[in-house]
Design a protein around this ligand. Structure first.
Ligand code: NAD
Length: 494
């Protein structure tokens, strides 16, 4: 049955939304965690409080299914048909999934409908279409031998997800991992499990064998750690904070040395040179800085600007900020919804005080919106005079606070941009093609965009350098490398 976004909003009001464990299709466990919406901090229902036993049951079935071959043993063309049906169902249920992410994560409904869900649907179609176009290789040998280089699914994949783009992150991990034939166990963030639950239900409806896809909801310290330490999980693909990413390396080292892929945080620079077209740059700088309430791994949270154009650029940004409405994310005119939860809101809020204490100059914003009821709203904020020693320059805030630092020379700009432990994304603005070529190669980041903010698209690999992550990329054909292993089969002509 198709469910409208108004019906989801109504159910949320009545605390009627639910995300349970789906272990090979079965609801398991009776323990529940209350789920709240950041819109007004009211209860919207429950999610399952999954346990290590639930993870164990999911892994056992995932392994049996993988070995038995009812999914891993299908031809790519057969898996493609099922994946295409799943993509169609997700497309059909887009409005419902968008509304679930809106109430669960506080994301503006317009963004969920126009950006997140279309990208989610595209990801499913893209990997479904790609799976029967992947070839192995034949090694260059003489007639006495033949070496086949083949790519095989790894086995049991744990996908551990963050809360900032619930449906889209699910798609980035699960679509390629499942398409190549693995069995997948998904652990959504405990703050945002609703769309994941619905997408797994739709997978079963599309014909994905139940044993090949399970969902275990619940806390990171219970479900996430149990997956990370499980001796029969072959790989965990993790997206989340650098801090928790570190723990997954430890879990792996202390268990079965499973592969770990990390897609972690960032502190991405936006560098604006003196010759930039400021009017064209402003909408991109704004999107990089404040899109999704800046709860975005590739958020361009450091604006590094040539001193001669800082004044006009800041004037334009202040004017642009005033057009970004803060408020209830169910309202189509709102661009900035609440922070995800109270603890995060307090963490983001603490940067406002610290930056003022450390000498930052408040240019616009800086207010917490207490007029919007009991949700966790913070105005988009810009601080000038931020130096590399200050906390705002160093730490991932994951909230709408932009740090402005000025420079005089190109070398100084590059040094400031690279002065971070992270390396996820960077953008820079210049009309000079020689400068563009030179700087793009010198910036340490997995995605460098020129004269605009971009994370690339589904065709291009996404992932970081340094402490932003390693071990594999999401998106592009490169994502298949995460979820396959390379085998050589060597024939000897006796
Ligand atoms: P988080 O690290 O707190 O949580 C991510 C996942 O890990 C959740 O499912 C959580 O339940 C689980 N987890 C938490 N503690 C755990 C533990 N002790 N053991 C095992 N699992 C545990 O991250 P978050 O707050 O959900 O997401 C925000 C972070 O994600 C930011 O740092 C952001 O930059 C990053 N992120 C990165 C990308 C990327 O592609 N690089 C994309 C989105 C978000």
């Amino acid at each position: 049955m198709l469910i409208t976004k108004e019906q989801i909003f109504e159910r949320a009001k009545q605390s009627q939304l639910w995300a349970g464990n789906l272990i090979a299709g079965h609801q398991s466990g009776s323990a529940k965690l209350k789920n709240y919406t950041p819109i007004d901090n009211s209860s919207i229902g429950y999610i399952a409080d999954g346990s290590a036993q639930d993870v164990h049951a999911a892994v056992r079935i995932a392994r049996e299914t993988f070995d038995e071959g009812c999914w891993s043993g299908l031809s790519p063309q057969e898996r493609k048909q099922v994946m295409l049906r799943w993509a169609q169902l997700i497309e059909k249920h887009s409005e419902e999934l968008a509304a679930l992410d809106c109430v669960d994560a506080g994301k503006p409904i317009t963004e969920c409908l126009n950006t997140d869900l279309p990208a989610t649907v595209e990801t499913f179609y893209w990997y479904a279409e790609a799976i029967d176009k992947l070839f192995g290789k034949i090694a260059p040998t003489g007639r006495q031998e033949m070496g086949l280089i083949v790519h095989e699914p790894i086995g049991v994949v744990g996908a551990v997800l963050p809360w900032n783009f619930p449906a889209q992150m699910f798609a980035w991990k699960v679509a390629p991992a499942l398409a190549v034939g693995n069995s997948v166990i998904v652990k959504p963030a405990e703050l945002t499990s609703l769309s994941a639950y619905r997408m797994v239900e739709l997978a079963y409806e599309a014909g994905v064998p139940k044993g090949a896809l399970s969902l275990v909801c619940g806390l990171g310290e219970k479900v996430g750690e149990a997956l990370g330490r499980h001796p029969d999980v072959d790989i965990v693909s993790f997206t989340g904070s650098t801090e928790v990413g570190r723990l997954f390396l430890k879990y792996s080292a202390e268990s079965n040395l499973k592969e770990i892929v990390l897609e972690c945080g960032g502190k991405s620079p936006q560098v604006v040179f003196e010759d930039a077209d400021l009017d064209a740059a402003v909408p991109h700088i704004m999107a990089a800085a404040f899109w999704n309430m800046s709860e975005n791994c590739s958020c361009g949270s450091r604006l590094i600007v040539h001193e001669n154009i800082k004044k006009p650029l800041l004037e334009k940004l202040v004017a642009a900020v005033s057009t970004w409405q803060v408020g209830d994310p169910r309202d189509a005119s709102v661009s900035i919804g609440p922070m995800i939860e109270q603890a995060h809101f307090e963490k983001v809020g603490s940067f406002l005080e610290t930056t003022l204490k450390e000498g930052g100059k408040l240019i616009t914003g800086g207010k917490i919106h207490s007029d919007l009821g009991s949700g966790w709203y913070i105005e988009p904020t810009i601080f000038d005079a931020v130096t590399p020693e200050m906390s705002l320059f160093r730490h991932e805030v994951f909230g709408p606070i932009l740090a402005v630092t000025s420079f005089k020379t190109d070398d100084e700009a590059v040094n400031l941009a690279n002065d971070t432990h992270y390396g996820l994304a960077a953008s820079f603005y210049s009309q000079n093609v020689h400068r563009v070529m030179n700087i793009a190669r010198r910036i340490n980041a997995g995605t460098v965009s020129v004269n605009g903010f971009s994370e690339g698209n589904i065709t291009t690999p996404f992932g970081g350098f340094r402490q932003s992550g390693f071990g594999g990329k999401d998106n592009g054909l490169e994502a298949f490398e995460q979820y396959t292993q390379t085998k050589v089969i060597w024939f000897i002509n006796q």
